[in-house]
Structure formats: C-alpha cells, structure tokens
Design a protein. Structure first.
Length: 563
C-alpha cells in the first residue's frame, strides 16, 4: 500500500497542504480508519471526492518520482515478463517500458531499494521506479493472463484430443463458463452474451457500452453451457421454452462478484445474458466520474444539506446509480442512519441498510420506502422513482427532514421538474424539496496508450456534426484550425481506440429564483434556459469540453447524446 512510502500523517498532511481537506475532514477520515479498520489511503478515497488517480499523482510528486497510470498503458508482453508474475504480484511491481535510461517499473513503493536491486539484477539494466495507484497495479497484473481466444483454444484443443482418445468424454463446460466469467471480469465487461448463430456458439462482451464478439465456440457445446449456467443460478434445467431469471454469487480473484442471469428461448436455441455486478464499491469515487470543478462544487454543496432531494436522471446505463453510490459512500458515517430500497441492490456497502425490491412479497419501491421512513433514517436512497406513489412519498420524506437521493428517467435535468408535475406532485412541494438534478450520459474515453492528435478545421467539424455546430463555434471561437485526439486501437483497448468511460453532465442547482419558476409552472424549455443563463453547462457543452481536453471524441459525444 502507499502507506509504505508515506506514513498516515504524511498522507493526511498532503491533503491539508493541497487544500483538499480541512481539520474536520481529517477527523472524519480518522473515524473511518478506527470505525471500519480501513487504511488511511482507502479511507481518503472513501470520504473525499478526490480520485485515486489524482491522489496517486500527489503522492508521486511528494516523494519526487514520476507517476504512471497503468490502467491506460499498453505493456508489451516481452517487457512485462521481465518480472515474473509471482514476483510482480508479491511486490506489486510491474515492468512497462524500456528506453535508453533503462527499465521503467511501476510500484506502490518506489523507495524499496531491495526490490529495485533484485529487479536490476534480473533485467541486467538500470531500473527507473514510478509510483502507480493500487487500482493501476491490479489492472496491469491482469496482463499476465493469456488472451481469451488463446485460453479457449487451449480448452477446446484439450477436449478434442481427449475425445479422440476416449469416447463419451464430457465437454469441459465448467471450465468454459468459469473462463468466460473470469475474462469478462478482468476486461471490465458489464455484460456477457452467449448465443447461437450459424451452428456456432458466439460469446460477446459489452465493453464500455458497446458489444464486441470475443470468441466463437462449437455449437455442440451450447446446450451444456446453458445447462451449466442454469445449475449455477438455481434455474430449471428441464424448461427450454420459458424465460428464466436468476442470480449467481461467488468470489473471483478476491473480488465479490454478483451475476444476474437472464435466459430466453429463441428460434435457434436459448440465449444467455449475464450482467456483472460488483458488490465491492471501492472504486466508486466521486472525483473519478468526470464532473467539472464547478459542477462538483454544486454536487458537494447539495449533498451536505441535511434534507431535500438530489436526483440523477438519464436513460438506462447512463451511470445514474454509480453517481448516487459515489455520494452515498461519502455520506456513510457512523453518526447517520442510511437506508436504501433498490432493484436490484447493485453494490453492497458496510454500515448501510439495503433492501431489495421483491414483487412476490409486494415489496415495491413505494411500500419499501414507506417502511424505511419508520426506521428513523437520516438519508434514504430510492433506486428509482417510477410512479406517482413513490414520487409523493419521496417528496414528503424530503420535506420532513430527510435527505433523499434517487434516479429518474428523463432526457435532461430540466425535464425532471416537469416529470414530477406529471406525477401529480404539487409545484410548491417540488420547489421546496428539490436541491439538485444531475442529468448524465456516459461517453467512451480515448485510450491513452494509443492516443494521437490531428488537425482539422472548424468548418469541417461543423459540416460533419451539424447538431453540435453552435457548441463547436462557441467552444473554438475565433479559431480556424484546431487539434483533436483519437485512438488508433491497440492491445490495451481491444483495438477500439477507447478504454473506459466518463460522464458528461448538466447539473441544475435549484435556488430561490428557480423555485419561483417551478411554482409558476414554467415549461421545460424556460427552466433550462434560466439554468443555462445562471451558469449551467449542458451535457453537449460538457462533452465538447472533454473533446477539447483530449478525453473523448466528437463522434462519441454526438453518438451518445443523439441516442
């Protein structure tokens, strides 16, 4: 851990020195350490909005070594394998580059001279140590594994050889399904699709919101693979004509992983979709999500209020739950009672009372929320406000001294206000309870390992992306040519040019003037225009800014915001 190179006091002093914490924040962090048994490093990420990447840069600067983000670094296999896997894992050290200065390594403890000398002896060259965050080290350790296609080729080849030697050999479906889940988890896939096509079984992963074909397996294996998934999720193995839903819970490489299973019959056979849900929410840091400084300031101000509503809006898969959980993690203190009602419970958090919606027992959002309010909560998270009854209970809860966080399906922030009116909530109640609305989408980030820049003209951009023409004109006012970025495609990003996703946001803060507009039943357009005049950045504007900063591409912003 980074505590090896900076003691606890050193890390806390680092926050104070960089104005990232006050004395009261330090006290809260120390309470997390004593109350939950966390390290100072982990407690800082639990409590503070700072991202692990930014914290890593601060640590590297303080000990005067370079910082490397391994999560977005392409590492050639011949360089990676200079340090054996077992040694790399034991000492948290990764070889990632060789140049005229020697072998560059990333480690949690660049000051460990013993390890440094051992690596120099093994490599036969000088070693230049970089500091890397824990998440980056863990990501890079996954590079030691075989490629998924090679792994399946090995499994299938072995099965074919055994079949040739011996009749009635059972197909290795346990190994196949475990390997699929293992590689999906290591490649940060959100969903696994297993389906039949042209007498083959196709395995696809959803990576950064886009489906990718991963491997093609013999179609004869498909029934056994489906049966294996059904056994794991306690579903009926003899029913092949009805849709079935199930759940699998197990540990994989030390990570707490929940799998949500959906199986449906198709004309070519049963299709399986497995969604990966990580119970460990340790990576959900508010500072990692992509808020601008001004928007983050609005969010922090809103969640520090003792009551009212804080909403995240957007379509399915836009990161609303992630945003809410990042805020809940910061609010999770021993002195407050936090309860949630969700469908499903996507992340398990220690110290929080979490309830799963269960339609079989009539445990709906409305009924669950009504019961939670009798449990003396300070903060309530409602997974989604779907109906009039839930909306009224949530508004009443926020009026009676509770901080209510929830999500809503609307296209932008201003529409959330009108959506509540459509659910027959009185405008004066909306005005008096709504603190903040976050509208968001997720765009893919350009892969840092293969990112390159190029020049284009404003006119060419406007002709290519007419829906963003005005924003492009405003963002690049007075310029004829600009420099943009794209990814070429490499091993680190599965040849897509993108690696990871980041949010684009518009954050509508409800002040007194906005409350008056709500009471007067202003239209969505009028509310949005007022918010923009008062400084709200639209999602499109925020997206173009991220393009300008080399984080994503205009085509990606236009694709996501036009869906």
């Amino acid at each position: 851990m980074p505590n090896d190179i900076l003691n606890d006091k050193g890390l806390l002093d680092l926050l104070l020195k960089n104005n990232l914490a006050q004395d009261s924040d330090i006290e809260k962090i120390n309470q997390l350490v004593s109350g939950k048994g966390l390290s100072i490093y982990t407690a800082i990420l639990e409590y503070s909005p700072i991202s692990e990447d930014d914290l890593g840069r601060l640590i590297a600067d303080s000990i005067k070594v370079p910082y490397i983000d391994l999560s977005h670094t392409e590492i050639p296999n011949d360089i990676l394998n200079i340090i054996p896997h077992i040694y790399a894992k034991k000492h948290s050290i990764i070889a990632f580059r060789i140049d005229k200065d020697g072998l560059h390594v990333a480690t949690l403890n660049p000051n460990d001279e013993v390890v440094k000398k051992q690596v120099e002896k093994k490599a036969g060259m000088s070693v230049i140590a970089h500091f890397a965050a824990l998440r980056g080290i863990n990501s890079a350790l996954g590079h030691y594994e075989k490629g998924v296609v090679a792994a399946f080729d090995e499994i299938i080849d072995k099965y074919v050889r055994e079949t040739e030697r011996q009749k009635d050999v059972d197909p290795p479906v346990v190994k196949i399904i475990d390997t699929i889940i293992q590689y999906a988890q290591r490649n940060k896939a959100s969903d696994i699709h297993i389906e039949t096509q042209d007498n083959n079984t196709i395995v696809r992963f959803r990576l950064d919101g886009i489906l990718h074909d991963i491997v093609t397996l013999p179609g004869a294996l498909h029934p056994n693979m489906v049966t294996r998934v059904k056994v794991m999720s306690n579903l009926r193995t003899d029913d092949h004509t009805a849709p079935q839903d199930g759940k699998i819970s197990f540990d994989l490489d030390g990570a707490n992983l929940d799998l949500r299973v959906s199986i449906i019959p198709t004309i070519e056979g049963e299709k399986v979709v497995i969604r990966l849900l990580f119970r460990d929410a340790g990576n959900l840091n508010l500072g990692d999500l992509g808020f601008s400084d001004s928007d983050l300031e609005k969010v922090v101000k809103a969640y520090k209020r003792p009551f009212g509503m804080l909403l995240a809006t957007g379509p399915t898969g836009s990161g609303k739950t992630t945003t809410m959980y990042a805020i809940i993690r910061i609010l999770n203190k021993r002195e407050v009672n936090i309860s949630t009602i969700e469908d499903p419970v996507e992340y398990e958090l220690t110290g929080i009372n979490q309830i799963q919606v269960n339609r079989k027992t009539d445990l709906s959002f409305a009924n669950g929320l009504r019961s939670l309010l009798r449990q003396d909560p300070d903060i309530v998270l409602v997974g989604e406000i779907r109906d009039e009854e839930t909306a009224h209970i949530a508004v009443n809860a926020s009026m009676t001294g509770h901080l209510v966080l929830s999500t809503l399906h609307t296209n932008d922030a201003a529409t959330a206000v009108v959506r509540f009116m459509e659910m027959n909530v009185e405008p004066f109640m909306i005005a008096s309870t709504m603190n903040l609305v976050i509208a968001q989408r997720l765009v893919r980030k350009i892969c840092i390992a293969c990112r390159y820049s190029f020049e284009t003209t404003i006119k060419e951009l406007q002709e290519k992306y007419p829906t963003a023409s005005d924003i492009i004109e405003e963002q690049y006012k007075g310029k004829v040519k600009i420099r943009l970025y794209e990814g070429k495609g490499c091993h680190a990003c599965h040849d897509t040019g993108y690696a990871g996703r980041i949010g684009v946001y518009e954050v509508l803060s409800v002040d007194e003037e906005m409350r008056d507009a709500i009471i007067q039943r202003k239209t969505t357009t009028e509310i949005k225009n007022m918010a923009v005049q008062k400084g709200m950045t639209t999602m499109l504007d925020d997206g173009i800014r991220k393009v300008h900063n080399g984080m994503t591409t205009i085509s990606e912003v236009v694709r996501v915001l036009s869906e």
